[in-house]
Design a protein around this ligand. Structure first.
Ligand code: IPD
Length: 334
């Protein structure tokens, strides 16, 4: 495998930014079609179910992915491609990303939002090198928000605003986090109504994070706010912005998070596993495995008089782990 220099990465970044803009424009064009009342609009309103009645795909998902795949194949024929819709058509649920240069793409993250014309949907394009997302581009055309990053080049909103938004200084995590934090989480697509299934474990975790301090047998987190946007990609983008302090989620896939992780890392955030390890209070906090389907993200944090920014992020991770349940999304190869 050829080594990529910063100059190589800069070239790939410029290509990814253009690709994200073009794909976002295509997505916005079809979103506007959904608002019309002619025959083309009627066709655009169709969608089909994948694994269940909340796992949906539209023709636009397919078309945007085909467009992105084609552009990449023309420019970088040797690079691998993992896209949500191509992957979903295959029988395997193995994790396919290795050290080779790979593009990881979600043509529409927040497909349910797209179908309902709730503005939280976006195109997500990541470039992964040596198993790490190093370039991320997220285009949310209804919101007119374009996030981008390249390792060594910073993270940006609309190409001019550096992330996180509040900087010089970047505030530390609140002293009693998660108290005082905005906590972002997702209900996800596993809706099996089993007493100890993922959905029930998530709900118990959400209630713990929301409840007053002292409530829930000492697990009450009294967060400032709970948010569920229906787009894992945008959740991560808003943690990179510093607008969300914490994002906790299980069940989404590498294409939902790869670009967001690239942007969050470049913005100084931390990302690790959603599942509390056995020795949660003392263990080393490891970087998340991209294909693990379990994610806990913390915004960038600056130092206080008693802690480094990283220490306050890690303290927050442990306080979240203390309040959430383990989720079961095991999968081959991850
Ligand atoms: C979904 C969204 C949702 C998350 C799901 C994802 P999609 O992606 O990111 O927020 O909870 O796990 O699959 O299907 O809209 O691309």
């Amino acid at each position: 495998m050829a080594e990529l220099s910063q100059t190589d990465l800069d070239g790939i970044y410029a290509f990814a930014v253009k690709l994200g803009k073009d794909a976002g424009a295509l997505l916005w064009k079809t979103a506007q079609l959904r608002m019309g009342d002619d025959a083309a609009s009627a066709a655009e309103k169709d969608h089909v179910e994948k694994e269940n009645a909340v796992d949906l795909v539209t023709e636009t998902d397919e078309n945007v992915e085909a467009f992105i795949k084609e552009q990449i194949a023309q420019k970088y024929p040797s690079h691998k491609f993992v896209g949500e819709e191509s992957y979903s058509k295959g029988a395997s649920r193995d994790y396919l990303i290795d050290d080779e240069p790979t593009w990881c793409v979600d043509p529409i993250d927040g497909t349910v939002n797209y179908i309902h014309l709730f503005p939280m949907f976006c195109v997500s394009v990541a470039f992964i090198y040596k198993s790490k997302p190093v370039i991320g581009v997220i285009n949310a055309p209804f919101l007119r928000q374009f996030f981008s990053s390249c390792s060594g080049r910073g993270a940006w909103l609309n190409e001019t605003q550096p992330l996180p938004l509040v900087r010089n200084p970047v505030p530390p995590m609140p002293e009693n986090a998660p108290k005082g934090c905005v906590f972002s989480c997702e209900w996800g697509k596993d809706r099996r109504d089993q007493p100890d299934g993922n959905m029930h474990r998530k709900i118990e975790s959400f209630v713990n994070m929301a409840a007053e301090i002292g409530g829930r047998d000492g697990r009450g987190g009294m967060v400032h706010g709970m948010r569920s946007l229906g787009s894992a990609t945008l959740d991560l983008a808003y943690v990179a912005m510093g607008s969300f302090d914490i994002w906790w989620e299980g069940g989404c896939w590498e294409w939902d998070v790869a670009a967001g992780i690239a942007i969050l890392n470049e913005a100084g955030g931390l990302i690790t596993t959603a599942n509390p390890p056995q020795d949660e209070a003392t263990c080393t906090i490891e970087e998340v495995k991209l294909g693990s389907r379990l994610y806990l993200a913390i915004r960038a944090a600056g130092p206080s008089s008693t802690e480094t920014g990283r220490q306050s992020q890690e303290r927050t991770v442990r306080e979240v782990w203390r309040r959430v349940r383990n989720l079961d999304y095991s999968r081959p190869g991850a």
